[in-house]
Design a protein around this ligand. Structure first.
Ligand code: AMP
Length: 218
């Protein structure tokens, strides 16, 4: 199954994509994580990406598209993947469809995780992430057992620069302007399933897995 997880920043796409990918033995491909990896390694792409990420803007399509298409061409993605944070523009969505069509493939399902803006803001501003395994925590709703330390791998927790309130606001605007039109695009392809993201993590995962099963059976 090839899945594109849609939703605004802070909807829980990263958490859910990781859970679904593990359950379905698919690769979890998060464009933001790929950029942050480049950033950590000090590559030219990482330096370029940072200038956009720090402003809450999108990294240009050409470099983003080739980075993600290369990643989904790797062996662990051969049997399927969950895309998280990509595509984010119409041109990215079309480039993805075209690249898959050449291989006789297509995206199967695009669940949209819906959460209202006030809740998104609250989630992002209190968010802490593991530097090693990317597991997200929240100061209030999902704190780690030991402050600053990842429960899963013992890694160091940090707050993303782009989770500052002014950058978060810019990321929402970018989402509305450039990414929200994808909802209609995938709805037109009959691939969109709306999932209420304002529930416990387990409940959201269950709804997503049900949508995947229904699509597999169809
Ligand atoms: P995320 O971790 O998905 O919230 O992404 C963090 C930042 O990385 C975004 O605010 C963008 O600056 C950049 N980014 C991630 N995915 C994309 C994409 N598909 N297209 C352009 N920029 C992206």
């Amino acid at each position: 199954m090839r899945i594109v997880l849609l939703g605004p920043p802070g909807a829980g796409k990263g958490t859910q994509a990781a859970l679904i990918a593990a359950q379905k033995h698919a690769a979890h491909v998060a464009s933001g994580d790929l950029f942050r990896k480049h950033l950590g390694e000090g590559t030219e792409l990482g330096k370029l990406a940072k200038t956009f990420m720090d402003r809450g803007e999108l990294v240009p399509d050409d470099v983003t598209i080739s980075m993600v298409l290369d990643r989904i061409g790797e062996a662990d993605a051969a049997d399927g993947y969950v895309l998280d944070g990509f595509p984010r523009t119409m041109d990215q969505a079309k480039a993805l469809d075209e690249a898959l069509a050449v291989k006789g493939q297509a995206i199967d399902l695009t669940p949209l995780v819906e959460v209202d803006t006030e809740e998104l803001m609250r989630r992002l501003v209190g968010r802490w992430i593991c530097r090693s395994c990317q597991t997200p925590y929240h100061e209030i709703s999902a704190p780690p057992k030991v402050t600053g330390v990842c429960d899963v791998c013992g890694g160091e927790l940090y707050q993303r620069d782009d989770d500052k309130p002014e950058v978060v606001r810019a990321r929402f605007e970018t989402y509305e302007r450039q990414t929200a039109p994808l909802i209609e695009y995938y709805e037109g392809q009959g691939k969109l399933v709306r999932v209420n993201g304002q529930r416990d993590v387990e409940e959201v995962t269950a709804s997503l897995l049900q949508a995947v099963s229904e699509r597999s059976a169809a």
